[in-house]
Ligand binder design. Structure first.
Ligand code: GUN
Ligand code: FE
Length: 443
């Protein structure tokens, strides 16, 4: 069963969304009216005669938001995770990223990545590309053509002590000038009038950038209002490297260079102090929580509940390929699992009361919010719920798809069904994917 594009139509479905953190709403048999531009006009129980109906047994969810992806690392997904971050970059990742000087290779990988992500239900992604402007333009072209809502950054990295000669911006001026060129390219792209693809200023992380580069990118952000993404306090090594170099925390250093602004997204953020979190909240920045990747590179669990309690916006990231699995379904499941581990602790040699950090656990409803509206809010985008004014980015889930692994016998009640979807959904269960009301994938 396929569905036409829905612009100018109403879709009737059993829908789930989570406008607020920690609470799921089930909208049974609801009509979602979508305007000619793909925005939700109205959500109603009055069903028009000519409405399109989701097939019986399917559920409508907001499209998933992935707040942290390294697009060029897609070929490495699910491998090469046997070294700490600082070695992994040098041994595996910089040599792979350097290959994107070849635009044919870039077009091939980026096309396959965006097809894969859309098929998995990820309708919005915050992408790191590589240092190469031509290949990064190709990633933008592909996202425009295929319909993924995407924020795309040319990676800036010019520090000669941490970046190899074969893979580094020539100097700070080049890093800033090419970042500006990408911003102009995307913002004036003739096929991007709807603005579904956006540029993002992308210093790789403080250790990879000179002060001049960080300063220049901060100025560019202030001048153009372009969003920013980077990594912050990911590992013990990274966190202490910045403290040793700058005499302040990683978060404070970013703020010092004008890189902590409205909707700056910081990946990982595992070793933040309470003050760092409050500074991020004050600047209205957000955090990309990457639970899988943190297992390999952080050697710690991100204190998600604490960040939420301090008012920081949080969404989920796969961190392709620092995390071995490239779907937000997996990130959502793992965010629940690792929060339980932080909560109760992991070392059986310790007494239960000394084993963990009580009050750290999250539930599926919170994970679902983070995977959808949470990520969207961190980016300041009008997606992630079925409310008037939102863009219609959505996925249809078929829990009973024969090739899937969701066990849904006996017609479970709606909230139990959603739990089963979050724990079990794979590509096989995704019957349809829309962005801006236009169908991008069908089963
Ligand atoms: N820190 C700097 N670069 C990277 C990267 O590519 N992946 C991850 N996980 N952390 C980084
Ligand atoms: Fe990363």
């Amino acid at each position: 069963m396929t569905h036409p594009s829905l612009t100018g139509k109403a879709l009737v479905a059993n829908a789930f969304h989570a406008p607020d953190c920690g609470a799921v709403e089930f909208l049974p048999d609801v009509a979602i009216f979508i305007d000619a531009d793909g925005r939700i006009e109205k959500v109603s129980h009055d069903i028009p005669e000519n409405a399109v109906r989701l097939p019986k047994g399917q559920y409508l969810l907001p499209g998933l938001v992935d707040l942290h992806v390294h697009a060029p690392q897609f070929p490495q997904l699910g491998s090469a995770l046997d070294a700490p971050l600082e070695d992994w970059l040098q041994i595996y990742t910089f040599p792979l990223e350097a290959k994107y000087s070849d635009t044919t290779f870039a077009a091939e990988v980026y096309g396959a990545l965006i097809d894969h992500m859309l098929r998995c239900g990820t309708t919005t992604t915050l992408h790191f590309a590589t240092i190469h402007l031509p290949a990064t333009r190709i990633l933008a072209d592909i996202c425009i053509t295929k319909g993924q809502r995407a924020l795309i950054g040319k990676v800036a990295m010019d520090h000669p002590d941490t970046c190899p000669d074969y893979y580094r911006d020539a100097n700070a001026d080049t890093a800033v000038a090419e970042t500006r060129a990408l911003i102009d390219y995307i913002n004036t792209h003739p096929e991007n009038a709807a603005g579904r693809v956006m540029p993002v200023i992308t210093p790789r992380f403080v250790p990879a950038c000179t002060d001049a580069c960080l300063h220049g990118l901060g100025q560019l952000a202030a001048e153009t209002g372009t969003r920013i993404q980077t990594h912050v306090s990911e590992s013990d090594w990274e966190h202490s490297h910045v403290r040793d170099r700058m005499g302040m925390s990683d978060t404070e250093a970013l703020d010092h260079f004008g890189l902590l602004r409205d909707h700056t997204v910081l990946a990982h953020a595992n070793f933040l102090s309470g003050r760092d979190m409050e500074l991020i909240a004050t600047r209205n920045g957000g955090i990309a929580h990457c639970p899988w990747s943190n297992i390999y590179f952080a050697n710690a669990v991100f204190p998600l509940r604490e960040a939420l309690a301090r008012g920081v916006q949080v969404g989920l990231g796969t961190d392709i390929s620092g995390g071995p699995i490239g779907t937000i379904w997996e990130a959502a499941r793992m965010s629940v699992a690792v929060s339980r581990m932080l909560d109760s602790g992991t070392d059986p040699a310790r007494a239960p009361q000394d084993r963990g950090r009580a009050g750290s656990r999250i539930d599926i409803a919170t994970a679902f919010h983070l995977a959808t509206r949470g990520g969207a809010k961190a980016l300041g985008l009008d997606v992630g719920t079925f409310q008037p004014g939102m863009r219609f980015d959505a996925i249809a889930i078929d829990p009973a798809a024969p090739a899937g692994q969701i066990i849904s016998h006996g017609n479970p009640p709606p909230l139990q069904m959603l739990e089963k979807i979050i724990y079990g959904a794979t590509k096989a269960n995704i019957a349809s994917v829309w962005s801006d009301g236009v169908q991008r994938v069908r089963a």
